[in-house]
Design a protein around this ligand. Structure first.
Ligand code: SF4
Length: 64
């Protein structure tokens, strides 16, 4: 039996730090969506790491 690869990721956006700049959504639309000026986590995926590194406010944390 083949066990599927499971992504087990914990993605968080610090709402106090997020300025809603949209960088994370542009880099990783499967994981982030900016609503009402703040980024919300909407899913999981490898691109979350890239968004974490690119967030100008350091608001994103990704734990694997
Ligand atoms: S890149 Fe950072 S500051 Fe910009 S919307 Fe995403 S979480 Fe917020």
């Amino acid at each position: 039996m083949r066990v599927p690869n499971r992504i087990n990721m914990k993605i968080n956006v610090n709402q106090d730090l997020c300025t809603g700049c949209g960088t994370c959504e542009a880099l990783c639309p499967s994981c982030f969506k900016v609503e009402n000026g703040k980024s919300q986590v909407i899913g999981e995926g490898d691109c979350a790491k890239q968004a974490e590194e690119s967030c100008p406010e350091g608001a994103i944390t990704v734990e694997e």
